[in-house]
Ligand binder design. Structure first.
Ligand SMILES: [Ca+2]
Length: 205
């Protein structure tokens, strides 16, 4: 019974679950249907900036361009994969600025029901933290609420691959601030090694 228990534990640790296996290349942020803000004449979904940090980085309190990997100058790019444009270029997602006014990436979710921003980090990284920022002018803050953040692998050819981890943000992101999403840490190799060692010991008895 003991051997079976250890075996099960070792199998559990070796079978990577969400957030425990792979590095991240893509960040997909999608408004939940009907969840856009009510500013202006319709319902919109806006994002001031997206940041991504390694598991080893503790981001600064404000925009942390020195460590942010979701930055055009770090090789990242942004695109709109669903949704109808209200205003703002895709490049504004990763320009290192919490944008203001009409430069803010904003999509009309009255027309399209949902909108999705896709960030390509330009390479795969062991991402520990993602932050999604409001625009910085205090306007229309209800346009960043109720959305999902999916972290995705490279499929081996530079395209979107399997899901690594998925988050839901319910409610509105704080005014002129950001929402933080933290990945589940990988089981350490020392723990895996310990489990493997225990398994060998049990089998030899
Ligand atoms: Ca921006």
């Amino acid at each position: 019974m003991m051997t079976k228990g250890i075996l099960a534990l070792a199998t559990l640790a070796a079978t990577a679950g969400p957030g425990q296996s792979a590095t991240v290349r893509f960040i997909e942020i999608t408004s939940l249907p009907g969840a856009g803000g009510t500013g202006g004449s319709g319902a919109f979904f806006h994002i001031g900036e997206v940041e991504a940090f390694l598991t080893t980085t503790t981001p600064a309190a404000g925009l942390d361009n020195a460590n942010d990997l979701a930055l055009a100058s770090a090789g990242a790019s942004g695109s709109t994969t669903s949704g109808t444009a209200q205003h703002g270029a895709d490049a504004a997602l990763v320009n290192g600025v919490a944008d203001t006014g009409a430069t803010t990436w904003s999509r009309n979710v009255t027309v399209s029901l949902e909108a999705t921003a896709l960030i390509d980090l330009g390479g795969s990284f062991d991402i520990g933290t993602v932050r999604v920022w409001q625009r910085a002018d205090g306007c229309c803050q209800d346009r960043l609420r109720n959305f999902t953040v999916n972290l995705l692998e490279d499929d081996g050819s530079g395209q979107v691959g399997q899901m690594v981890e998925s988050f839901i943000h319910s409610g509105q992101v704080a005014t002129n601030s950001f929402a933080t999403f933290t990945t589940v840490p990988e089981p350490s190799t020392s723990v895996l090694g310990l489990l493997a060692g225990l398994l060998v010991i049990r089998r030899r008895r």
